[in-house]
Design a protein around this ligand. Structure first.
Ligand SMILES: Cc1cc2nc3c(=O)[nH]c(=O)nc-3n(C[C@H](O)[C@H](O)[C@H](O)COP(=O)(O)OP(=O)(O)OC[C@H]3O[C@@H](n4cnc5c(N)ncnc54)[C@H](O)[C@@H]3O)c2cc1C
Ligand code: FES
Ligand code: FES
Length: 489
């Protein structure tokens, strides 16, 4: 195996080659402190505000894809083979302002200006793929950008007008596409990258097989995929994460395969990649992914990371458990497949042996006769962490519940099935009488906690109301409900 001891990436026009990088060094610090590229701002340092947004281009197969990411929680070591584009690089055809920048000026999209470079980069990322976006597409692209003084309306108007200031064909990155693709392809040498030593060490595997052997040999190494969780351990909790194994650059670990009966999602597929496929085949899952973080987080974060971190309030586990998903875990050449619900043993404890990693998540396609829904309840609609999430997968035939798989997040120490509730529904008529009679079973299934997101009482009431909502949405016979103080969102 050939080993390279430095990373290589493109930063705007320049090729960067360096072995002088710490495993926990963020791209934001690298840009601002080492390169004096201070257009990229630090607002929150936790992926929420978008002031640090840059574009990262990578080769997906032979295709060059640019995505908006949060530089504050992206590690430099994960950029091997990528093209980082910062706001300083933007330019118009005549060397003046780029159409995105000119639109922001003319539509008064900036006041104090602190958030503006981040908005410009997010809008540039959108415009590249959707030169004439809808308002909904603009709002979605800006979910991860906060502005405290301008207000969003002028920014949305600017976003809708960008193409009036220039066409994509004149855009500098579009014109340089072939050249950048060739430069990135030349950086791909099939080598494993190993930088630093001891506590300062990180590795970028050459392949998934290489990853398997690295992690088996060094079980204490920290796997980092999108770093949307691990990034915060560094910036907010000052945790030591080394040695690190960066897996985000492995194409094989981002594949999504649609089979006749299921979808196999490789653990390193980002939310954005998974959304494309899931929204076509399991629309309710697509809608749920749309509510995870903002665009930058969805471009970086992975379903594998969401599962592996074991959080009781991760959004995908309850939905995937309700669908009967399985996990394939790999250690060296050995693989085992388990039901996803069995992976979550207790708070902070998962069924993952030392040296194992999550390789694939297999999601059965819901039966033709199944009704599936996932409801996320938060204080804000966009970019907020779940208080309670309920996912329902029921087969109803002839008005009778034939099978039920119901799982919740935010209701226990792990994502958890509502088995007592399921038992109270199966074999009964799918109507309000059955649902009302099943509600006391929630007390047997869950003892939720109170925390800053919601009280235990709120969570319990919302959990019950979500079952009522599911009944209403699936056309079960209705009678007026007694709805408590909390309202399902
Ligand atoms: C601003 C913001 C908003 C967010 N909003 C949401 C939200 O709405 N809903 C939600 O559920 N989450 C949210 N998150 C959390 C986070 O985005 C998700 O948990 C994400 O799925 C983590 O994936 P990742 O690839 O970034 O994981 P990483 O941060 O890279 O890793 C997370 C954990 O998983 C481990 N890991 C990663 N991949 C593997 C693997 N293949 N095998 C074994 N271990 C692995 C890592 O070692 C680490 O312990 C948000 C985060 C931020 C910063
Ligand atoms: S600084 Fe706020 S998202 Fe990065
Ligand atoms: S212009 Fe001031 S925060 Fe957006």
């Amino acid at each position: 195996m050939r080993i390279r001891t430095h990373i290589r990436f493109l930063l705007n026009d320049e090729t960067v080659e360096t072995g002088d990088v710490r495993p926990d060094e963020t791209l934001l610090d690298f840009l601002r402190l080492r390169r004096s590229l201070r257009g990229t701002k630090e607002g929150c340092a936790e992926g929420d505000c978008g002031a640090c947004t840059v574009l990262v281009g990578r080769l997906a197969g032979d295709r060059l894809v640019y995505e908006a990411v949060n530089a504050c929680i992206r590690f430099v070591g994960s950029l091997d083979g990528c093209h980082v584009v910062t706001v300083e690089h933007l330019r118009g055809v005549d060397g003046g302002l780029h159409p995105v920048q000119q639109a922001m000026v003319d539509w008064h999209g900036s006041q104090c200006g602190f958030c503006t470079p981040g908005f410009v980069m997010s809008l540039y990322g959108l415009w590249m793929n959707r030169p004439r976006p809808t308002v909904h597409e603009v709002e979605k692209a800006l979910q991860g950008n906060l502005c405290r003084c301008t207000g969003y309306e002028p920014i949305v108007k600017a976003a809708l007008a960008i193409s009036d200031y220039g066409g994509l064909e004149a855009d500098f990155l579009m014109r340089e596409r072939a050249q950048v693709t060739a430069r990135l392809a030349a950086l791909r040498d099939g080598a494993r990258v190993e930088v630093g030593s001891g506590k300062g060490r990180f590795v970028v595997p050459a392949s998934v097989d290489d990853l398997a052997s690295i992690v088996a040999a060094e079980p204490g190494a920290r796997i980092v995929a999108g770093s949307t969780d691990v990034g915060l351990w560094v910036t907010k909790h000052m945790r030591d994460i080394a040695p690190v194994v960066f897996i985000g650059g492995l194409d094989e670990l981002r594949r999504i395969a649609v089979r006749p009966d299921r979808i196999d999602i490789a653990a390193g597929a980002s939310y954005t990649e998974a959304f494309e496929v899931l929204s076509r085949h399991v629309p309710a899952l697509g809608m749920l992914i749309d509510r995870i973080g903002g665009e930058q987080v969805r471009n970086m974060g992975t379903i594998g990371g969401n599962i592996a971190n074991g959080s009781p309030i991760g959004d995908t586990p309850p939905a995937l458990i309700a669908l009967g998903a399985t996990l394939t875990l790999r250690k060296g050449d050995a693989r085992r497949t388990i039901a996803l619900e069995d992976f979550f043993i207790d708070y902070g404890k998962q069924d993952r042996a030392a040296g194992e990693f999550v390789e694939t998540i297999s999601v059965p396609l819901p039966a033709q006769t199944a009704h599936f829904a996932a409801y996320k309840v938060t204080k804000r609609r966009d970019e907020d962490i779940t208080a309670t999430l309920g996912a329902f997968n029921l087969i109803i035939a002839g008005g009778v519940v034939k099978s039920a798989c119901i799982a919740y997040g935010g209701m226990a120490a792990t994502p958890k099935r509502a088995r007592a509730v399921e038992a109270a529904l199966v074999g009964k008529a799918w109507n309000a009488t059955t649902v009302e009679a099943a509600l006391p079973a929630y007390e047997a299934d869950f003892k939720p906690l109170s925390d800053m997101r919601a009280s235990a009482e709120y969570r319990m009431l919302v959990a019950k109301n979500l079952l009522r909502r599911f009944l209403l949405e699936t056309g079960g016979t209705q009678k007026p409900f007694t709805v408590g103080r909390a309202r399902a969102a």
